[in-house]
Design a protein around this ligand. Structure first.
Ligand SMILES: NC(=O)c1ccc[n+]([C@@H]2O[C@H](COP(=O)([O-])OP(=O)(O)OC[C@H]3O[C@@H](n4cnc5c(N)ncnc54)[C@H](O)[C@@H]3O)[C@@H](O)[C@H]2O)c1
Ligand SMILES: O=C(O)C(=O)C[C@]1(C(=O)O)C=C[C@@H](O)C=C1
Length: 301
């Protein structure tokens, strides 16, 4: 049996449009209602025929929903929740896909104090944005982390888990604060490093823009992919996961200083030992199949 029969997705960019496509593919009988604040996006979503209905207001899109999935930038979650508050059915489950969880949970609970709110985060994405960037298999073989607050109804968590598992995601349950620390290490600070190195390279007066493009065949090219990620989304992630990001940045700064000293004083052992350890990390990720864009978690889809 399907966990939900009337799903509303608000925010039809990369993630929202991927969810819409995955719902169509894996749950074709679900009634799918889609809304985006941007009229051009709504028009495109209608052209792409991603849902059954594309109302012009957020309120109208949730009137008979049993699941409302918020797929807007983290900084817009509170405003969207406030916009649907009057029209949300009492038994609907509200979830989201935001990359930071503590701030989103607080914003959703403030705007929707009586609703069942179960935040989530599919750990899957690309550097692209908008309704054309989405694809149905984005979540297949990827983790989706749910961060239910204390006292969240277990039945609601079970239904949301079933929703993501239908897309082939592996669902994990985590405390929101712990999520934010883990993701600061594995996603947020790595993006900041990519933004920094690409920014530094393009600022260097001795190196021209054309040389940056010409010689970016190797590692730098991988950084440029990450540094092409959506500016609004990432501005909001850093402003809404301040504490954890600053804590990890402090650690990173200390480690960089240690490396600076090793290079200055010719301490080859320190460099060699670190690089040996990091090579082992990469190899264990590859062995676990996590470098594969769609590892098989042993489930039939
Ligand atoms: N891009 C990724 O790799 C990735 C991965 C996992 C989670 N996320 C999270 O998913 C969310 C969406 O990211 P995305 O990459 O799909 O962004 P996106 O820029 O592709 O799409 C966001 C959409 O939200 C719409 N929007 C903005 N404010 C709105 C509002 N107030 N009401 C209705 N619609 C509004 C925009 O018009 C846009 O169409 C973010 O919270 C992000 O942190 C992103
Ligand atoms: O592969 C990418 O382009 C991503 O950045 C995806 C990525 C990540 O850091 O892993 C980015 C943000 C998310 O919240 C989840 C996934």
């Amino acid at each position: 049996m399907l966990p939900f029969s009337r799903v509303t997705v608000i925010g039809l960019g990369l993630i929202g449009s991927s969810i819409a496509r995955a719902v169509r593919q894996h749950m074709p009988t679900v009634r799918l209602t889609l809304h985006d604040a941007d009229p051009a996006v709504r028009e495109r979503v209608r052209d792409l025929d991603l849902g059954d209905d594309v109302p012009d207001t957020a309120g109208a899109s949730v009137i008979d929903a049993d699941l409302v999935m918020l797929c807007v930038p983290v900084g817009a979650m509170g405003a969207v929740a406030a916009a649907i508050a009057d029209d949300l059915p009492a038994d609907a489950i509200v979830s989201d896909v935001g990359s930071a969880k503590t701030a989103v949970l607080a914003a959703l609970r403030e705007a929707l104090p009586n609703a069942t709110v179960i935040p989530g985060h599919p750990v899957a994405g690309t550097e692209n944005s908008g309704p054309d960037a989405g694809f149905a298999s984005l979540f297949t073989g990827r983790f989706c982390i749910l961060t239910p607050p204390d006292g969240a109804p277990e039945a609601a968590v079970v239904r949301l888990r079933a929703f993501w598992e239908a897309f082939g995601s592996q669902v994990e349950i985590m405390d929101a604060k712990h999520h934010d620390l883990v993701l600061a290490v594995t996603s947020h600070v790595p993006h900041l490093i990519a933004y920094t190195i690409v920014g530094t390279a393009s600022d260097l007066e001795e190196v021209t823009q054309s040389e940056v493009i010409k010689y970016s065949a190797g590692g730098f090219r991988d950084f440029t992919r990450i540094a092409a990620s959506d500016p609004t989304m990432w501005r909001d992630v850093f402003l809404n996961n301040r504490e954890a990001v600053l804590e990890i940045l402090q650690r990173l700064t200390e480690d960089l200083t240690m490396l600076q000293r090793a290079i200055r004083w010719g301490d080859g052992d320190a460099l060699f030992n670190l690089f040996t350890r990091t090579r082992a990390v990469r190899r264990s990720i590859v062995e676990q199949g996590q470098d594969d864009p769609a590892p098989d978690f042993g489930r039939q889809h």
